[in-house]
Ligand binder design. Sequence first.
Ligand code: UDX
Length: 436
Amino acid sequence: MKIAMVGSGYVGLVSGACFADFGHDVVCIDKDPAKIDSLKAGIMPIFEPGLAELVTSNAKSGRLSFTTDLTEGIAGAAAIFIAVGTPSRRGDGHADLSYVYAVAEEVGQALNNDAVVVTKSTVPVGTGDEVERILTEAAPGVKFAVASNPEFLREGAAIADFKHPDRIVIGTEDEWARGVMREVYRPLFLNKSPILFTSRRTSELIKYAANAFLAVKITFINEMADLCEKVGADVQDVSRGIGMDGRIGSKFLHAGPGYGGSCFPKDTLALLKTAEDYEAPTRIVEAVVAVNDSRKRAMGRKVIEALGGTDAARGKKVAMLGLTFKPNTDDMRDSPSIAIALALADAGISVSAYDPEGMELAAPLMPEVKMAANTYAAIDGADAVVIVTEWDAFRALDFDRIKRIAKAPVLVDLRNVYDPAEVRAKGFAYSSVGRV
Ligand code: UDX
């Protein structure tokens, strides 16, 4: 089956490469000629483990190709995926749908064979209706259907998530379109991955509801962590203790500096806007957004406390280990590190940082931070070391070396990577999240 993927960003590229790997004939389309040229040369625009190999091998076998020409790219495709960005609109937090609608318009102009047009971008409820309206106007007489097929990929584990999904959600009531989508996902279907068919609007909402619920879980455990610190309890044991209850589940109960990334912050805000527009406010999600926002800066205060409070901290130096919003990505979007670095700079603290993949994107977002060549160069002369992102590289730090090169043995572990007793036994003043 021929599949066209319009938009070769994170979602489009991973999905396109995986569909090609399933044996489909996939064309990835993007307006950006520089991106298409690099992809043709095997250079990935993003850092995602395994992606370069997958793209290269499928391109070599002729199942995956790249073009800037949408008309050529969609010709003969039975499924045309729209996988362009839906960033938060500046000013009001609504999802900006201009790219999605522009693609729908272009597809409509170029379409001359039967096709299912599928929104893979995260789009608010009702977007599929508008895409359908645009296509009906632009492509009269052509048989098409519009389906919703949200992605649930985690950065850093996107390929595994795509190939072994917990579920595939397909939103369309059109039987022919359901058949085409079944064919698209045939290898997963045969593998017994659950496929849930719903109405288009339901499918659009499932994506937001899933991300909002995960954001609720994280924020809930983060608040429990704060309470643990006050009452002398251990949040990791609380997570285990509640997570063993099958109704709650153990995942996404890891306390930390607050969620960031390309999805949770943007999608929770967009859900609030939809809820507001339909006069069905979601108070829980409102609280989650507010609590998570204030948490990031509060982590800066935690570091200042570890340095002995505001007065003592002024003029000191902190080493931040990890800048990306999570490990195995170079993504800096809404990373807690940005607010933490700013809070430290505001308190007159100088900051050096090291991140295995994120420094290039981080540098312009935190001009006050000095980027170091490696972990120990960042730590050299520091009054405190802060683990912000739990990269594997920071899971086995050389504590003796840190004691030699740092000004003081102070470790603030915002990801609970270490065992407090072990680190303290090595002579460190150690603080973490939700553990005393
Ligand atoms: C998320 C969803 O998981 C995915 O299904 C959706 O398609 C896109 O958004 P992603 O943003 O890549 O994926 O990262 P994820 O692993 O979900 O982590 C998001 C944020 O939550 C990170 O900042 C992470 O550090 C934080 N987090 C996650 C926690 O603080 N605690 C947890 O227990 C889990």
